[in-house]
Ligand binder design. Structure first.
Ligand SMILES: [Zn+2]
Length: 207
C-alpha cells in the first residue's frame, strides 16, 4: 500500500485518498460524513452479513422515500473487495451515475463494507428510465462491466435486464452468459482480477 503525506502532515494511503476524493466529489463537500475507513480483512461471513445489512438499509430507505433505489457495487471476485483497483473504478463511475440523475437524486450515500465500496441513491424517476440509464453505464465502457448497478422498485424488488427486453450480461473473460461462468466457477480469481486491472489500465490510458 502506497502512503502519501497529506497537508496536515498525517499519513494517508492512496486508497483512503481515493475514497475521500469520491466522497467529496459525489456525496458532500464536507467529509465529516464519511465514516472512518478501515481496511480490515473481511471473511466470507462478513460478506454475507454485509449483504444482509445492505438489503435491510435499502428497504428502510425505500420505505422512507417511497421511491426507486439504485445500488452500485464493484463486481470483483474473492473477499478482498476494498483495494486501489476497485476504488479507482468507482472514482470513474460514481460521478457518471450521479451526473445522469442530478437533481432527481433524493438521497445519496457512499459506504465501504465487506462488499467493497457501495454507492446508494434514491431517485425520483420512472423505474424503467432508471434501469435503462444504469444499463447504458454498465455497457458504455470497458470498466462498466466491473460494477453491478442494481435498481429496486418501491416494493424492494430488483428490476432485471430481461424486463427491459435485454439479454443478461456477458462474462468478463469469455462470451458466455456471466451467470453460467459464475456458477460453474469457470475462471480463477487471479484470472478475473487481472482482467479487471487490465481493463482499468486501458480505460485510464485511452481516457
Ligand atoms: Zn466466462
Amino acid at each position: 500500500m502506497n502512503i502519501n503525506i497529506t497537508d496536515d502532515g498525517t499519513e494517508e494511503s492512496n486508497e483512503k485518498k481515493l475514497i475521500k476524493d469520491i466522497y467529496l466529489k459525489c456525496i458532500s463537500k464536507d467529509d465529516n460524513g464519511i465514516e472512518f475507513i478501515n481496511f480490515k480483512k473481511y471473511t466470507m461471513n462478513d460478506l454475507l452479513q454485509a449483504k444482509e445489512h445492505r438489503v435491510h438499509r435499502q428497504n428502510c430507505l425505500i420505505r422512507d422515500y417511497f421511491s426507486p433505489l439504485v445500488s452500485m457495487r464493484i463486481n470483483y471476485p474473492g473477499i478482498h473487495k476494498n483495494n486501489y483497483t476497485t476504488f479507482r473504478i468507482m472514482k470513474e463511475l460514481c460521478p457518471m451515475v450521479i451526473n445522469e440523475f442530478k437533481n432527481k437524486i433524493m438521497y445519496k450515500n457512499l459506504q465501504i463494507t465487506a462488499e467493497g465500496p457501495v454507492l446508494t441513491l434514491v431517485i425520483n424517476e420512472n423505474i424503467y428510465n432508471i434501469k435503462k440509464t444504469t444499463v447504458k453505464i454498465e455497457d458504455g465502457s470497458i470498466i462498466g462491466r466491473c460494477v453491478d448497478i442494481d435498481v429496486y422498485d418501491t416494493k424492494g424488488n430488483g428490476i432485471s435486464r430481461k424486463e427491459l427486453g435485454l439479454k443478461s450480461r456477458k462474462c468478463y473473460i469469455c462470451d458466455e452468459d456471466a451467470n453460467i461462468c459464475c456458477r460453474a466457477k469457470k475462471h480463477s480469481i487471479e484470472e478475473i482480477e487481472k482482467n479487471i486491472s487490465d481493463r482499468l489500465k486501458k480505460y485510464l490510458k485511452d481516457k
